[in-house]
Design a protein around this ligand. Structure first.
Ligand code: G3P
Ligand code: CA
Length: 339
């Protein structure tokens, strides 16, 4: 598909957000494998570190919501309270476990109320290391010739650097080992923080993406607000170190008072003008997450019309999008059947 309203005219990329996490517990090899089968262009591991400095795929370093750690008596004394990026969390933290210890834990569904079917997979899968994720991609390429991209997010990089477990060296080392180290390789590194992206810019040719949200600002930059970073001057600053931004969906198309998709905000146009790609998050099929115009039925867990939501964003010119449901996101890029 060419001549799209993207920055380079190509079709938008589909990024499997935490794998096909709408259909398998997130950040498991099973979730990533399914995403690849469903046609995702990239898979997204969020990355945190173990006590022995190994990158593992978890959305946050507190792991009670996505593993069975709370049910494991041998780790009861690891439960603790920490303040991370200004917020207090009580639970179990990856940086307090060696990789060997973490490997004894088993993943579970984060959203059982919305994704009851996924609970059938609870207790079946381990926490993958980043290297295991890269191995999965390498195996897929060897078997099919198809090279899948990887879109790692450094989670809490300032916090981890502060406890002596920085992301950058193991991340770049593994990306280089697996051949994801050039500007044209299918890899983006993303972060909500700024300094780690600027540091990475000095040490890699890999494309970088500045994540931005509708509220707040980067945890490592108290003086900065995301709302200002997406104004023209802010976008020009980002373009000095990144090749794209990853905004929340509503920063691209707002919603009206009834929760329906409303107007394009102009962010795609402004970002493209600054030379930046735009990869919004997160596209999910459950009614709970959808704009009300695409809801189907009354159950929050029911599946609505994700394809139509995706098509609206594609028409707005996004260059890629993060989805928990790559099957539907990929389908939305195909031409609609003639009536
Ligand atoms: O990385 C894009 C999107 O995943 C950001 O939000 O919290 O799901 O990592 P989060
Ligand atoms: Ca992420």
């Amino acid at each position: 598909m060419q001549n799209m309203p993207t920055l380079n005219g190509d079709a938008p990329i589909i990024i499997a957000h935490r794998g096909a996490s709408g259909e398998r517990p997130e950040h498991t090899l099973a979730a990533y494998e399914l995403a690849i089968e469903q046609g995702a262009d990239f898979i997204e591991p969020d990355l945190v570190l173990t006590k022995d400095g190994i990158l593992v795929a978890r959305h946050e370093n507190e792991i009670s919501g996505t593993t069975d750690v709370a049910d494991r008596p041998e780790f009861a004394d690891r439960k603790t309270t920490k303040t991370i990026d200004g917020t207090e969390f009580t639970g179990w933290f990856t940086e307090d476990f060696t990789l060997a210890e973490l490997k004894t834990l088993l993943a579970k569904e984060r959203l059982p109320e919305l994704r009851d079917a996924n609970t059938a997979f609870d207790g079946q899968f381990q926490i993958p290391t980043f290297e295991e994720v890269l191995d999965l991609l390498k195996l897929h390429q060897a078997e099919t010739g198809n090279r899948i991209g990887v879109y790692p997010e450094t989670k809490h990089p300032g916090y981890f650097a502060g406890i002596g477990l920085p992301h950058d060296k193991p991340l770049l080392s593994l990306l280089t080992k697996y051949g994801y180290d050039g500007r044209d390789d299918p890899v983006f590194i993303q972060s909500f923080e700024v300094d780690n992206l600027k540091l990475l810019k000095l040490n890699t040719k890999v494309r970088l993406v500045q994540l931005v949200a509708g509220e707040g600002g980067p945890p490592d930059q108290p003086a900065l607000r995301y709302a200002d970073m997406v104004k023209p001057d802010g976008l020009a600053d980002i373009a000095q170190y990144a090749s794209g931004i990853g905004p929340s969906k509503s920063m691209v198309i707002s919603r009206d008072a009834l929760g329906r998709l409303d107007k394009e905000t102009g962010l795609v146009t402004a970002a493209h003008r600054a030379g930046l790609e735009v990869h919004p998050w997160t596209f999910r099929r459950e009614n709970y997450f959808l704009p009300t115009d695409f809801v189907s039925g009354v159950s929050p867990a029911g599946a609505g019309d994700l394809e139509s939501e995706v098509r609206r964003f594609v028409a707005a010119g996004v260059d890629g999008l993060f989805s928990d449901n790559p099957l539907q996101a990929v389908a939305a890029l195909k031409p609609e059947p003639a009536e």
